[in-house]
Each structure stands twice: as structure tokens, then as C-alpha cells.
Design a binder for this molecule. Structure first.
Ligand SMILES: [Zn+2]
Length: 365
């Protein structure tokens, strides 16, 4: 049997909530985390039609990209569409869970999926987030180093880009004197002790701090563990906004726009003037990505594909790249497939449904 919390914890291990933007409201929005899950409906937005679909399919868990509640609700009377959706979800015991900007900010998230659909090779994060890495330095009696280090690596420490098990080790002498109340692993009360210890350094993402410190406490033999935790200025290559990568061959601009239309199934693309440059390096950001126009230019992208571009933002492209607005829904539509992949890999015992409802509120006539 699968509980709501089994699914939410798994999703949060892939897209940690701490990576969501400050304005966001990702996480469990309605529902009891202890409730058993009868089925999961995967969608981008929660609407009344989506709730009807969930009820009809016997799904009491809705996994959505956009949170239905962004701001605080002071009254829930059904006057506003958000209130009506919340009332209906609660009446039907439906858990609504949103995985939003936390999924935008991981390497295997919304933007990698979009890059894959557009056909970019080995894309990387366009604007990595600072302050997402910690360094742990600890001192371990040498005969225990391997065991502690293994546990730290198991807990996710020492993963840097495409490398696992990264650490640094230096041998030295540690000293200590246990007092009357101590229960020392090595040495005796009130006697100064000198022990050959390894100084170990590992780095890890901030959201793994709990697991890493737990692994240290569970395996380090000392009663009082000597360690330092440092927050690093280094950028984490695996978390941040947007992605950038290369098409396997350059295209001219009209052909690139046609390529976008075909791959993303678009009727229309809003874009800046053609400059007769070839397009090969492409930056992208699913959803509202205008804040990354500068980063796309700085990284010498030939084109930047995003959505919700305002009139004045188009001027920012300044002839330096082709700026293409493909539509918000259209740029995130494939996120449903990503959710499906995440869940089907880990939960074979629950029914997963991709919503058949098109929740795009924008029509082109
Ligand atoms: Zn969005």
C-alpha cells in the first residue's frame, strides 16, 4: 500500500522543496499525508475538470506542476475559482501536490525535458544557483575512516558534476582529554590522548545536510564528533534556472522556428527579428523565463526559447540572439511525461494516469 507521504517524499528526493523560488508554494496543498493512494492523476494545472477526471478515474492524488494556491486564502466560500477547487478537493478527499519551481531548478527537471524535445545535446544549467553547497570537514580515527566515508557517500556527499565518491583525506594527530563524565571510545578519563586521525572533507547540496549529518553520527565512533560545516560560495552545477546546449547541426533562423513548431506542436511562435545568424547553441527555460535573457546572451546562445515574454523584454534581445516565445503551457506540457517517468520507476503498484484535459487557459484564433 502506498501512502501520500511515500509519493511526496520520493518526489522531494528528486526535486527538493528547498529549491523552490520564494514566491512559490510547491508541496502538499490539500490532503492527509497518511492517506492511502488509490491512483495518481498527473497534470499541469488543477481545474474543476481535472478534479472531475480524478474522481472518474478513482485517483485521490493529483500531481500538478503549478500550485493551485499561490497566495493566502482568507475565506473559502467558493466565490473565486481557487476556493471552489479547494472545496471540491477536500470534499472528495483528494490530495493535491504541486512540484513547481523546485522541478525547474534541478538538472533532471522541466528544462532538461524541454531540451530533449528540442534536440539539444548534453545540455547544462544556464544559471546555476549560488549557496547550494556545503562542505563537511571531520576528523576520524584512521581505522574507522573507510566506514564513515562510505556512509557519507551513501548519504549523497561527494557528488560533483558527473563524479561520485569525491573526498579529500589528510592524516594528522588529534588530541583530547576526556573528563570525569566522558565515555571515550579511545583513551581514559583525565588522561591526555593523542590519536592518528584522518581529516576528511566532502561537499554536498544543502538539502542533503540532514542525511549526511545523520550518516556521520551513526558511523563515527567518537562520543563528541569533531567537525566543521561550511556554506560554500561555489555554484552547484546541478541546480539552477534554464538550460543551454547545442543542436547537432546549425540551422538558419526560419528553419529553427519551424523546428520549434514541429517539436512542440505549436501553431504560432512570437519571436524577435531574424538576423541571418545560424542557430546552434540554444538556451531555454520552460514557463516565464525572461529573467534569463541576460544569462542567455552572456553564455553566447544563438537563440533563447521561453514563454511569457513581455513587449519590452523582446527589446532586451538587442539583435544578439533570436528570442522565441513558444507559450507557457506549450513549454511545460512535457513535464507530465517527466512526472510519469519519476513515479513509474518507483511505484509499480499504483495506477498512474496522464490527464487528458488540456488546461491551457490561452486560445489562438
Ligand atoms: Zn509554469
Amino acid at each position: 500500500m502506498t501512502k501520500v507521504s511515500d509519493i511526496t517524499q520520493y518526489i522531494e528526493s528528486l526535486a527538493p522543496l528547498s529549491l523552490q523560488e520564494s514566491y512559490d508554494n510547491a508541496g502538499l496543498i490539500t490532503g492527509d499525508s497518511e492517506q492511502m493512494v488509490s491512483g495518481v492523476l498527473i497534470c499541469l494545472d488543477v481545474t474543476t475538470e481535472i478534479l472531475d477526471e480524478a474522481i472518474q478515474l478513482n485517483c485521490n492524488f493529483i500531481l500538478a506542476h503549478h500550485p493551485i494556491i499561490f497566495k493566502g486564502l482568507k475565506k473559502i466560500t467558493g466565490k473565486h475559482y481557487v476556493e471552489r477547487i479547494i472545496i471540491k478537493a477536500i470534499k472528495h478527499d483528494i490530495a493535491i501536490y504541486a512540484c513547481h519551481t523546485n522541478l525547474d531548478n534541478v538538472s533532471d527537471g522541466v528544462n532538461r525535458k524541454l531540451a530533449e524535445v528540442i534536440g539539444l545535446e548534453s545540455p547544462w544549467i544556464l544559471s546555476p544557483k549560488p549557496h547550494q553547497l556545503c562542505k563537511l570537514t571531520t576528523f576520524i580515527p584512521e581505522e574507522h575512516t573507510e566506514e564513515v566515508l562510505d556512509a557519507l557517500h551513501q548519504a549523497g556527499a561527494g557528488e560533483v558534476g558527473n563524479y561520485k565518491g569525491c573526498s579529500f583525506k589528510l592524516k594528522g594527530q588529534g588530541t583530547f582529554t576526556p573528563n570525569e563524565l566522558a565515555n571515550p571510545h579511545i583513551g581514559q578519563k583525565n588522561m591526555r590522548e593523542e590519536v592518528t586521525e584522518d581529516r576528511i572533507e566532502v561537499i554536498f547540496p544543502v538539502w542533503q545536510q540532514k542525511q549526511v549529518m545523520l550518516a556521520l553520527r551513526n558511523t563515527h565512533p567518537y562520543e563528541e564528533i569533531a567537525y566543521y560545516l561550511h556554506s560554500l560560495e561555489n555554484e552547484n552545477q546541478l541546480s539552477g534556472s534554464g538550460m543551454i546546449g547545442k543542436l547537432n547541426a546549425p540551422m538558419d533562423e526560419p528553419a529553427f522556428i519551424e523546428h520549434l513548431k514541429e517539436k512542440l506542436e505549436l501553431k504560432i511562435v512570437r519571436h524577435t527579428a531574424f538576423t541571418s545568424k545560424k542557430i546552434q547553441t540554444v538556451a531555454l527555460c520552460g514557463g516565464s523565463g525572461s529573467f534569463l535573457i541576460g544569462a542567455a546572451i552572456a553564455n553566447q546562445a544563438d537563440a533563447f526559447v521561453t514563454a511569457d515574454v513581455k513587449y519590452h523584454d523582446f527589446f532586451e534581445a538587442d539583435g544578439k540572439l533570436l528570442l522565441a516565445d513558444v507559450g507557457h503551457y506549450e513549454s511545460e506540457r512535457f513535464t507530465k511525461d517527466l512526472f510519469y517517468k519519476f513515479l513509474s520507476e518507483n511505484f509499480s503498484n499504483i495506477a498512474l494516469h496522464l490527464s487528458m484535459v488540456n488546461t491551457n487557459p490561452i486560445f489562438y484564433t
